[in-house]
Every structure is written in structure tokens, then in C-alpha cells.
Design a protein around this ligand. Sequence first.
Ligand code: NI
Length: 188
Amino acid sequence: MTYPIVVYGHPILRKVAEDIEKDHPGLDQLVKDLFETMYHSEGVGLAAPQIGKSIRIFVIDGKPMAEDEPELANFKMAFINAHIVEKSGELKPMNEGCLSIPGLREEVNRESHIRIKFFDQDWNPHDEIYDGYKARIIQHEYDHLDGIMFTDKVNPLRRRLLKSKLMAISKGKFEADYRTILPGQKIK
Ligand code: NI
């Protein structure tokens, strides 16, 4: 099933998400639903807090970007209990968007290399190093687990200009081809 996407301004997007146990009820289905919801809303990544669950899971499938970035062609993965243990390399700017902030794209600086520990969908432990676009997408999704939105990382001057746009989005003034939950609406 697909879930509605929680929109900017909802307090659940600001919580630090919790690790889960291996026998977390409905885990397999939840990972499936995260992928399904991500595909349905045409994203390349989706984090559990964005469907109203404050747990440390996100999913990524880079395929839609593979035409421009061939390294992303087979980059499909669920990250469970994800913890970034190292970030390094140059800060590089890149345009980002987020399903929780429909219609808004901004330049964001991020490190080019990361090391991340997590479990995959079959609960195999991983300790991996990523760089380039993979590191970029992972860091965006990972931030959702720590209550951080990409707009927090936009330069301060630009961020001031975004304030009214973000306010409008949090009040439902946007167009999206997927169902959403606005701040103040209950998560079922
Ligand atoms: Ni996002």
C-alpha cells in the first residue's frame, strides 16, 4: 500500500527517529510500502518519518536519475538502523528537492564521502563507504532520521527568502500528484 507523505511543518519531521529491533512488527511490509510510496510519488528516496513513522529506516532507488548518473542504475537499497559514522571530502553544492516540500528546489552543500552502518532488508549488517551521488542521496534521506530538512542547510540569506514559501507549503499551498498530510492533520 502507499502512504500519504507528511508535509513540511509537521512535528514528526523534526523528531530524532529511533532504532528498531529485528522483529519489529510488520517490518517486511513496511519496507515494501516505503518503496511503493516512493515510486508512486516519483521520488528517488523516502524516509520513514515522511510517512509518519519515527524510526530509522529509509529507502533509495536511484534508477530515475540513471540516465544522467549511470552509477545510480542499480542503486536500490533499504537502510535500517542507519548511522553515518564518518563524513569527509569537499563540500559540494547541488540542487535538491524533497517529497515533504513539494515544488521547492534549492542548492545544498554536502560532503562528498560518507561511511554508514546499517542493516539491509534481510537484516544483514553493512558498513559501507559511498561517494558522489549515492552519498548525496543517502545524506538527504539520513537527515530525515535526525529531524533535519534540506532547507535547514541552505545558506542563511537564501533561507530567509524561503521562509514565506515554506509557510505557504505548510498550509497546503502546493500541487502534488500524491496524497499528503499537512501539519495539524492526524497521522493514522
Ligand atoms: Ni526529503
